[in-house]
Design a protein around this ligand. Structure first.
Ligand SMILES: Cc1cc2nc3c(=O)[nH]c(=O)nc-3n(C[C@H](O)[C@H](O)[C@H](O)COP(=O)(O)OP(=O)(O)OC[C@H]3O[C@@H](n4cnc5c(N)ncnc54)[C@H](O)[C@@H]3O)c2cc1C
Length: 458
C-alpha cells in the first residue's frame, strides 16, 4: 500500500488529501500539522484584545486549514492573482482547475454569491479612472467566505478527511526530510522517522524559511523569488464605498516612479478589521480580515511593493524579516500605525492625534509611531507614489487621516524549481502552496493541491 505524507495542513495540503480521496487513491495518507486541530484553534485576542503571543505556535497562522482558518476567506476566482502557478502548469489548465476547486468549496458550504463577476457601468468607470491614474485594474471575481464561515467550512473538511481515513497528526512538527540517494523517503517528525513513498511539503508562508533551509541543506533546487514589503491602509467605508459595492475587492497594480517596482493592492476588507499575526521568533506582522455579519466603519487593504534580490545577495526572506524586526523594535513589539498626513509632514503620529480623526483604528493594540523610520526608502517612496495614484481612482484615499500600519510582509520568496507535473529535483518530493513560492492565496494554493493529487493518481 502506497504511503503519502503531507507536511502542513493549510489549504494546499488539505486539498491534495481531499482530491486523493475523491480520485479513489487507495493508499495511506498522513497529514502532519504543527498547530492544533481546527476545533481547538482560537485566538485569545478576541477576549484579551491584545496579542498574547501563543506558544508554541500562533493560532492565526498555524493549525488545521493553515493561515486560512481565521482568514477572511476571499476566494479569488481569476487566475491573474494568487501567484504564478499558471506560468508553471499552463493557463489552459488553470481555469478548469479553479472552477473545479471552487465547486469543492461550494460542496463544503461556501456562499454561492460571487462579487465582481459582471462588467457593470461602475466597474467600467473604475477601470477608466485607474487607466488615467496609470494603474491596471485586474479582473478577479471573488467568493467571500467570511472569517467565521471559513472556520465552519474547514471543520467540515477536517471531519471529511478523518472519516475517510486520513491520519491527522496535529501538534507535531516536521523537523527535516529524509533524503537517500536523491529520493525523499520520509520525514523526521518530533524526533521520529516517518517513512513514505511520496512526501509533500506544504508548510505555508510561516514555513517558507524552514523549507528554504531544508532545500539548502539537501541541495533541493530552488531559485530566489520576490518578497513583498508594504503597509496595511485603513480608511472610512464611505471613501471606498464605490469600489466596495462594485467589486468588493479592487486588484490594482502600478509601477510608480522613480523605482518602477511592482506595487499592488491586496486583500481588501470592506467593513473589516486590521489584524496581527505572529511568526515564530515573535515577528509581528499586520494583516486584515472581515466577517460576514460583524462590520466596522472602515475598509482596509494591503499595499505591497515587490522586491527581488539576485546578486551578490539573494535571501529576500532575510531582508523582509529585518524590515519587520525594525518596525517591531520601533513599536516595542507592537504593530506601528501612522497617519498619512504625518508622514507627509515628516513627523511621527501621537496617540492623541489618532483619537481626533474620523478613522478609528480597528487594531486596538497598534501603537502610534513612525513607520518611515523602519521601511526602506525605496519601498516607502514607491508606496507613497502608489497612494497618490490610488487617490485619483478613489478620491480621499490619500487624505491626511488615512492610516498606514506596518509591517505587512509576504514571505514567498524561496521558489522551489519544479516541472509542469510538479516534480522537484528530488524524487518523490513535492512542494505545494505558499511555501513552494508558486502561490500566494487560498484559491491558488488549494488548486495546486488538487492539481498535484491528480498528477499522483495518474
Ligand atoms: C489573516 C490572513 C488573512 C488572509 N486572507 C486571505 C484571503 O482573504 N484570501 C486569500 O486568497 N488569501 C488570504 N490569506 C492567505 C492565505 O491564507 C494563504 O495564501 C494560504 O493559506 C496558503 O495556503 P498554504 O497551504 O500554502 O499554507 P498555510 O495556509 O500557511 O498552511 C501551512 C501550514 O503548515 C504548518 N506548518 C508549517 N511548518 C510546519 C512544520 N515544519 N511541520 C508541520 N507543520 C508545519 C503551519 O502550521 C500551517 O498550518 C490570508 C492570510 C492571513 C494570515
Amino acid at each position: 500500500m502506497k504511503k503519502v505524507l503531507i507536511i502542513g495542513a493549510g489549504p494546499s495540503g488539505i486539498f491534495s488529501a481531499l482530491e486523493l480521496i475523491k480520485q479513489k487513491f487507495d493508499g495511506e495518507i498522513t497529514l502532519v500539522e504543527q498547530g492544533r486541530k481546527i476545533e481547538n484553534r482560537s485566538c485569545p485576542k478576541f477576549k484579551t484584545k491584545e496579542c498574547v503571543h501563543c506558544k508554541p505556535y500562533c493560532n492565526i497562522t498555524s493549525g488545521f486549514s493553515g493561515a486560512g482558518a481565521f482568514s477572511d476567506g476571499k476566494l479569488s476566482l481569476g487566475y491573474e492573482v494568487g501567484g504564478d502557478l499558471p506560468t508553471l502548469i499552463g493557463e489552459n489548465n488553470i481555469e478548469e482547475l479553479i472552477s473545479y476547486t471552487d465547486k469543492i468549496y461550494l460542496e463544503f458550504g461556501a456562499d454561492t454569491r460571487v462579487e465582481g463577476a459582471e462588467e457593470t457601468e461602475e466597474i467600467r468607470e473604475i477601470r477608466k479612472a485607474a487607466s488615467i491614474a496609470g494603474l491596471k485594474l485586474v479582473d478577479c471575481p471573488i467568493r467571500h467566505l467570511g472569517t467565521e464561515k471559513a472556520h465552519e467550512l474547514y471543520l467540515a473538511i477536517e471531519n471529511f478527511l478523518i472519516q475517510n481515513g486520513v491520519n491527522l497528526l496535529a501538534e507535531k512538527t516536521c523537523e527535516d526530510l529524509i533524503i537517500e540517494n536523491g529520493t525523499c523517503v520520509g520525514a523526521i517528525v518530533d524526533g521520529e522517522k516517518i517513512y513514505a513513498d511520496i512526501v509533500i511539503a506544504a508548510t505555508g508562508r510561516k514555513g517558507a524559511d524552514w523549507l528554504e533551509n531544508v532545500c539548502k541543506a539537501h541541495g533541493i533546487e530552488r531559485e530566489a523569488g520576490v518578497v513583498d514589503i508594504g503597509v496595511r491602509v485603513e480608511v472610512r467605508n464611505e471613501i471606498m464605498q464605490k469600489v466596495n459595492d462594485a467589486l468588493y475587492e479592487s486588484k490594482l497594480i502600478g509601477y510608480p516612479k522613480p523605482f518602477c517596482n511592482k506595487v499592488r493592492t491586496f486583500c481588501q476588507n470592506p467593513g473589516g478589521f486590521v489584524a496581527q499575526e505572529n511568526y515564530d521568533n515573535n515577528l509581528a506582522v499586520v494583516n486584515g480580515h472581515s466577517y460576514k455579519e460583524l462590520k466596522s466603519n472602515n475598509t482596509n487593504l494591503a499595499i505591497l511593493c515587490s522586491h527581488k534580490f539576485t546578486y551578490p545577495f539573494d535571501d529576500s526572506i532575510a531582508y523582509a524579516k529585518k524590515v519587520g524586526e525594525m518596525a517591531n523594535m520601533l513599536g516595542n513589539g507592537r504593530i506601528l500605525v501612522q497617519r498619512l498626513g504625518d508622514i507627509k509632514a515628516g513627523k511621527r503620529t501621537w496617540e492623541k492625534e489618532l483619537s481626533r480623526t474620523n478613522v478609528k483604528p480597528t487594531l486596538p493594540d497598534a501603537v502610534a509611531g513612525d513607520i518611515t523610520s523602519a521601511i526602506p526608502y525605496r519601498t516607502m517612496i514607491s508606496i507613497l507614489g502608489f497612494i497618490e495614484q490610488m487617490d485619483k481612482v478613489v478620491p480621499g484615499f490619500g487624505s491626511d487621516e488615512t492610516l498606514l500600519y506596518a509591517p505587512e510582509l509576504k514571505f514567498y520568496s524561496n521558489r522551489v524549481k519544479m516541472d509542469k507535473k510538479l516534480n522537484t529535483s528530488v524524487k518523490n518530493l513535492y512542494c505545494l502552496g505558499d511555501a513552494s513560492g508558486w502561490t500566494r492565496g487560498l484559491m491558488m494554493s488549494s488548486a495546486m493541491g488538487v492539481y498535484l493529487a491528480r498528477q499522483l493518481v495518474k
